[in-house]
Design a protein around this ligand. Structure first.
Ligand code: NCW
Length: 476
């Protein structure tokens, strides 16, 4: 029986992020970002791992472009390291840093691979954090200058710009729970960061279009597909509403409708009066989007808690395994909401596997906002095993990742069937890499990296993905 097929123009890609793969942290004029500082000094990254070397993409980018070409993907989603191209965060460009990305984008173009470039995947130049970081309006203004400079320098090569990746993580994990860089636990600052990240998106989108008319601009959000533990319980449904406000509508509503949800402002009134929102900000934040990027991995079930929650950011509010992205402390003003562990299959991240959530998310976004959608990340970490084939070559038979990818691509197809306007899919990730607080312990790649030799080895999932992108049909 033939498998599901996809439209001819559908974009198949693979994704990475600068700090997770580049390494060369102190080369080519690059200065530290908040992730260099956090990895080196917080003590909250597994094994004390850092991105100093990562998978050495800075030196091996030509080989990595060949892997992309061999996969046959039509697009590659990468991010620019801000502190590599503007070492002081705002100010003069570093020609060596810009030249690195120019060479990379040219090589991709030469192989018919469209570069989708993310400007911010969590690595704020340390100098900007020292001046206050995302809770400060000046950071949003610096980001707009950076975006304008990149549009000027690289705009002729970029297919689609993505301003931010998962601003939810930057704001709440960085400034509330502190399990991501810069590791601060200040609820009011986290909400100011939410606003200034959105403002940064709006200012940058306008600057890019002004610099390069016709440029295509997107933003990528990690939206939470939520379920109430007991849908018949009013308290559980209210818990869901509060998490939806903080996690989803806090970004969707300003970016797509130019307003903050009234319930979000009310729920967080004890933390902040939102005085950092100035007249005109919401019009700036609401920019036309050529696509809304959606990263999807899992679903979340919530219930109303017992009310004895520790204060956000207190030691007790941090998960026992403190470096991990945790529900505790991230959800400012909703610390009493409980996150219900799922039964059934999950990945090595402990994230439950529920492909139907992707169909639900895409159809729901289409119905509510009517914007073109792209799945900018989807994939799974598993504890891969390397075996030796009859020819003596290393193999990784990662059936669980193949099944995860197949089931999610199928779920995307179901959303297309239901009428959602979904234009593309990017596998996370091209390569195993530095998985933030988890260091090198979690492997998301379709290509394995041997961290001793830095050798790349195709997993079965890479071979499977190659068939999918070449045929536009779901392999069995
Ligand atoms: S950790 C995370 N990821 C992974 C990362 O490698 C990538 O850079 C990110 O774009 C894979 O995709 C994203 N996202 C953080 C999700 C945190 C969820 C915390 C939920 C708490 C209830």
């Amino acid at each position: 029986m033939p498998g599901r097929t996809f439209p001819a123009g559908f974009v198949w890609g693979a994704a990475t992020a600068a700090y997770q793969i580049e390494g060369a942290a102190a080369e080519g004029g690059r200065t530290p970002s908040i992730w260099d500082t956090y990895a080196h000094h917080s003590g909250r990254v597994e094994n004390g791992d850092t991105g100093d070397v990562a998978v050495d993409h800075y030196h091996r980018w030509e080989e990595d472009v060949e892997h992309l070409a061999a996969l046959g993907v039509g697009a590659y989603r990468l991010s620019i390291s801000w502190s590599r191209v503007i070492p002081t965060g705002r100010g003069p460009l570093n020609p060596e840093g810009v030249a690195f990305y120019r060479r990379l984008l040219e090589a991709l173009r030469a192989r018919g691979i469209a570069p989708w470039v993310t400007l911010y995947h969590w690595d704020l130049p340390q100098e900007l954090e020292d001046a206050g970081g995302w809770p400060e309006r000046a950071t949003a203004e610096a980001f707009a200058d950076y975006a304008r400079a990149m549009a000027r320098e690289l705009g002729d090569l970029v297919e689609v710009w993505t301003t931010l990746n998962e601003p939810w993580c930057s704001a709440y994990l960085g400034y509330a729970s502190g399990v991501h860089a810069p590791g601060r636990s200040e609820p009011a600052a986290a909400l100011a960061a939410v606003h200034h990240l959105s403002l940064a998106h709006g200012l940058a989108a306008a600057a890019i279009r002004q610099e390069t008319p016709g440029a295509r601009v997107s933003v990528t959000l990690n939206l939470h597909v939520l379920r109430a533990a007991d849908p018949s319980s009013r308290a559980d449904r209210d818990a869901l509403r509060r998490i939806d406000a903080l996690g989803n509508r806090a970004f969707l509503e300003p970016m797509l409708r130019g307003r903050y949800p009234a319930d979000l402002l009310a729920d967080t009134r004890a933390i902040t009066d939102w005085a950092f929102v100035r007249d005109g900000d919401l019009e700036v934040i609401r920019q036309p989007l050529d696509a809304l990027g959606v990263n999807y991995y899992s679903t979340t079930t919530v219930r109303a808690g017992g009310g004895s929650a520790p204060a956000a950011g207190s030691a007790a509010s941090t998960a026992a395994d403190g470096h991990r992205p945790s529900a505790h402390g991230a959800w400012v003003g909703a610390e009493d909401v409980e996150f219900v562990p799922h039964e059934g299959p999950s990945t090595a991240m402990g994230w439950n596997i529920e492909p139907a959530g992707l169909t639900e998310l895409l159809t729901d976004l289409h119905r509510r906002y009517g914007v073109p959608l792209v799945v900018t990340e989807n994939g799974a970490a598993f504890d891969d095993e390397v075996t030796v084939g009859p020819d003596g070559a290393a193999r990784v038979h990662d059936e669980r990742r193949v099944r995860y990818l197949r089931d999610h691509v199928d779920a995307l197809g179901a959303a297309l069937d239901a009428g959602a306007d979904v234009r593309g899919y990017f596998a996370w990730s091209l390569l195993d890499n530095f998985e933030w607080g988890w260091g090198y312990t979690k492997r998301f790649g379709v290509i394995r990296v041997d961290y001793d030799t830095l050798e790349r080895i195709w997993k079965d999932s890479a071979h499977w993905y190659r068939r999918l992108v070449r045929t536009h049909a779901l392999p069995p």
